[in-house]
Design a protein around this ligand. Structure first.
Ligand code: PGA
Length: 248
């Protein structure tokens, strides 16, 4: 399966910087890619980044969407609106949303169902905290998140899983490829048991992925790509990671 390299820009960059980064990626990423690429800017810059990347191999995704179709939901952006402006992907259930916005697995599943109705591909994030890993609960936590955050309509075609250990996000601490590999094969087994086409789901690793560790992580069994935060804000770093995915 083709690897997927996804950039999560989070709440960073201004309008001009977003367009510049998109243009730098457009010109710097491999022209006949053996991997797929997506960038996820903040909502307000989606439209301009989509315009800057029109006709390129780079897809655009959002970082969240509403669990509702439309109506009186101040501040929300619906999956239909994202589809309407040309988004292909949406990240859901990122640990920062789970932590700062109290998002539950059930809410993530509701959002994902709306995104799938609109034909968006969801990148659904799961991952344990450092405390949970210390207590040896990582598989229990990730297994539960996986079971409850995926709607019934989830298939390998409309859903990508991102395993992001919370203790590795933005901290510079990366999961060792063996530990990430153990969790990825656990996730694979769960998908095989609980979803159709479990072998075909892409399972991304996220958490301080950077050019120096990308090749090792991306060549580990069941790591089918990366969800990259900090290093996706620098064109040269994102491109270097993308090239490691090509070599695999
Ligand atoms: P990071 O973020 O690469 O900065 O650790 C990853 C993410 O949160 O998606």
């Amino acid at each position: 399966m083709k690897k997927l390299i996804a950039g999560n820009w989070k709440m960073n960059l201004n309008r001009q910087e977003s367009v510049n980064l998109a243009e730098d990626l457009r010109s710097g990423l491999p022209k006949s890619p053996a991997a797929e690429y997506v960038v996820c800017p903040p909502h307000v810059y989606l439209h301009e980044v989509i315009k800057a990347l029109e006709g390129s191999a780079l897809a655009v995704g959002a970082q969240d969407c509403s669990a509702f179709d439309d109506g009186a939901y101040t501040g929300e952006v619906s999956a239909g609106m994202l589809k309407d402006i040309g988004c292909k992907y949406v990240i859901l259930g990122h640990s920062e949303r789970r932590q700062y916005h109290s998002e539950t697995d059930e809410l993530v599943a509701q959002k994902a169902a709306k995104a799938h109705e609109q034909g968006l591909i969801t990148i659904i994030c799961v991952g344990e905290t450092g405390g949970e890993r210390e207590k040896g609960q990582e598989q229990e936590v990730v297994g539960r998140q996986l079971r409850n955050s995926l709607p019934d309509c989830a298939t390998y075609k409309n859903t990508v899983i991102a395993y992001e250990p919370v203790w590795a996000i933005g901290t510079g601490k990366t999961a060792a490829p063996q530990d990430a590999g153990t969790m990825h094969s656990f996730i694979r087994q769960r998908l095989q048991a609980e979803a159709d086409g479990g072998d075909l789901f892409r399972i991304l690793y996220g958490g301080s992925m950077k050019p120096e560790n990308a090749a090792d992580l991306l060549s580990t069994a069941n790591i089918d790509g990366g969800l990259i935060g900090g290093a996706s804000l620098k064109a040269d770093q994102f491109i270097a990671i993308a090239k490691s995915a090509q070599n695999d």
